[in-house]
Design a protein around this ligand. Sequence first.
Ligand SMILES: [Zn+2]
Length: 300
Amino acid sequence: MTDRAITTRVIYLGGLGRSGTTLLERLLGELPGVVALGEVVHLWERGVLAMEPCGCGEPFPACAFWRQVGERAFGGWASVTANRVLMLRRRVDRTRRIVRIAHRDLAEYVQAYRLVYAATGARVVIDSSKHASLAWCLVTSGVDVHVVHVVRDPRAVAYSWGKTVARPEDGQPMTRWGPARTALQWSAQNAALELLARRGARVTTVRYEDLLAAPERTLTGLVRELGLSGVPELPFVDGHAVWLGPSHTVSGNPMRFHVGWVELRRDDSWATGLGDGDRRVVNALTWPLRARYGYGRAAG
Ligand SMILES: [Zn+2]
C-alpha cells in the first residue's frame, strides 16, 4: 500500500441499476477535486479485457487517463492482472457471502481497488459500482469510503429493466429483467446497503426522485453530508438543467457518454407502461422497504 492510497477518499454510489447512479456520479464529478471513475467493478472485464470505450469515447487502451492510472497502479494494464482480480472477485465479492466476508483473499482484492483509486491522483474519487457486496469489501477493509445509497421507486426501476435498450458500447441489448426478478434484486441490494449503515459505515441515502425534483437543493445537501469543502455553489446546475462535462467513466449506463446540458425531468412513464399484474408483483415483493423510502401504494 502506498501513502497515496491511504489519503484517497472514495465516494461509493450504491443501489440497484437504473436508479440514477450514473447521473448522480456525473454531477458529483463536476465538483472541483472530485474525479468520477464509473463502475470500477467492471473495469477489469469491460475495460482491460474487452477494451470497451471509456466515457471520453476512446477505447479503454487508448484513453490517456486510464493508461496513466494503469501505469501508476500496476506498471501498465495486463490481462493477467485483470484475470487475477476477477478470480478474487468471484471468491469474495458476492452478495450472498456478505455475512462471512472475512476471506483471506479480501485484502488482495481490495488492494487492487486501492491502487486504482490512488493512481488517479485525485483527492476524492467516485466509484459507482453500485453493488452492496463491493461496498462491504471496501468498508470492512478500512478504505476511506462514504457510501451514497441511491434509491428509486421500484415500479419505475422495474419498468426500466423491462425495456429494450441498446448498449452504446457494442450495440447489443442491455440486460432485461422481469418485474419479479427486478423487485427481488431491488429489495436485496437496498437491504444489504441498509445493513451497511447499521454496522457503522458512513451511508447517506438519496432518492432519485428528489434529485430530479430539486437538483440544487439535493446536491447541496449531499455535498455537505460528504464533507466536501470549498464548494460554495454549483455552477453546473441551472434550475432543472445540469451540465455534464467530459469524463473517464469506465462503465455505466449510456448517459456516461453524454456531454452538454441535460434537462432533468421526472419520468413517470411506468405509471401507464407497467401493467397491473406486474405492478402488483413489484408492490408485494418490495414491501415494506418501499414504504421506508416513501414509495407508498398511492404515491409515485
Ligand atoms: Zn477516457
